[in-house]
Design a protein around this ligand. Structure first.
Ligand code: DGL
Length: 266
C-alpha cells in the first residue's frame, strides 16, 4: 500500500508535545498530522513505569491501526524514558522519540555544569542515565525533577504568577551553582522557556531538542520513502482521551491557533 500521503502520528501524555508539533508543522507543511493527547491520564510523570509502557504501546497501536499513521513521533520524554525499548521491539513502524538534549548541551557548556529539568520519571529513568554516561562523563549534571510543572502548563497556567514562583524556587540554586546550560527535558516546558530565560538571565542557555527531532523525522521519512507527495497543505487534528472542549481551549492558549479536536474511545 502506498503510505506516502498517510498521516504522521504524534503522541504525548497531554498537550506539551505541541511544542514539537509546531516545529514539525512548519518544516513539513504538506504532511497530515494526528496528535494524540492522553489528557485523561496526564500527567505521566508520577505514574508507574509498567503502566506507562502498556498505555503507550496501546495508544501507538491505535494510531497505526485506526489512524493509519505511517510513522510515530513520541513527543514525550517520559514515554521515551521508560517505554522506548519495548515499543521498538513490538512496533513495526518508523519511530522517532524525543529525549533530553544532553549531547548538544555538553558541546555548549563553558562552566562544565549543566542542568536537566524533567519529570520525576524521566529523571529516574535508564535512558537519561545512559545519555549522561555516554556524553557527559566529565561534566557536572544537576537533575531537577519538576513535580507538578507539566500539570500546571496542561491546565492553562503557563503564564501565571503561580508558575513564575514555582520556577523561581527551582532555578535559584542553579544560577548560584554556575550552571550555564539548562536542558528542557519535558515537552511541556518550552511553553515556559521565556519565563525561565527571564529568571536565569541571558548568560544561561536554554536548549530543547525539537529541531533535532524534526530533522530525524525528515531523515526517516526519506529513508523509508514515506514523504507526502501532496501539493497542498496537510491537515492537522488532535485526538484526545478526555474533554475535547478543554483540550481545544488549552491548545489555543498554547499555540495561538485553533485545531480541531476529537475524543477517541482509547
Ligand atoms: N510532556 C511529557 C514529557 O515530555 C510528560 C509530562 C507528564 O505527563 O508528566 O515528559
Amino acid at each position: 500500500m502506498n503510505q506516502k500521503n498517510s498521516p504522521i502520528g504524534m503522541i504525548d501524555s497531554g498537550l506539551g508535545g505541541l511544542s514539537l508539533f509546531k516545529h514539525i508543522r512548519q518544516a513539513l507543511p504538506n504532511e497530515d498530522i494526528i496528535y494524540f493527547a492522553d489528557s485523561k491520564y496526564v500527567p505521566y510523570g508520577d505514574k508507574e513505569s509498567d503502566w506507562i509502557v502498556s498505555r503507550t504501546t496501546h495508544l501507538i497501536a491505535n494510531l497505526v491501526n485506526h489512524g493509519k499513521c505511517k510513522a510515530i513521533v513520541i513527543a514525550c520524554n517520559t514515554m521515551t524514558a521508560v517505554a522506548i525499548e519495548t515499543i521498538r521491539a513490538q512496533m513495526n513502524v518508523p519511530l522517532i522519540a524525543i529525549e533530553p538534549a544532553v549531547k548538544p548541551a555538553v558541546t555548549i557548556t563553558q562552566s562544565k555544569h549543566i542542568a536537566v529539568l524533567a519529570t520525576a520519571t524521566t529523571v529516574k529513568g535508564k535512558n537519561l542515565k545512559n545519555l549522561i554516561e555516554t556524553y557527559a562523563q566529565d561534566i557536572k549534571v544537576s537533575l531537577v525533577p519538576c513535580i507538578g510543572l507539566a500539570e500546571k502548563i496542561e491546565n492553562g497556567k503557563a503564564h501565571t504568577a503561580e508558575v513564575k514562583d514555582y520556577l523561581n524556587n527551582i532555578l535559584a540554586p542553579l544560577v548560584e551553582q554556575k550552571v550555564d546550560t539548562i536542558i528542557l527535558g519535558c515537552t511541556h516546558y518550552p511553553f515556559v522557556s521565556n519565563t525561565i530565560q527571564d529568571i536565569v538571565g541571558h548568560d544561561i542557555q536554554i536548549i530543547e531538542p525539537s529541531e533535532a527531532v524534526t530533522a530525524q523525522l525528515i531523515r526517516q521519512l526519506n529513508q523509508y520513502h514515506l514523504s507526502s507527495e501532496r501539493p497542498n497543505e496537510g491537515s492537522h487534528i488532535i485526538w484526545t482521551s478526555s474533554d475535547p472542549l478543554k483540550v481545544a481551549d488549552v491548545t489555543f492558549s498554547l499555540l495561538g491557533t485553533h485545531l480541531p479536536v476529537e475524543t477517541t474511545g482509547f
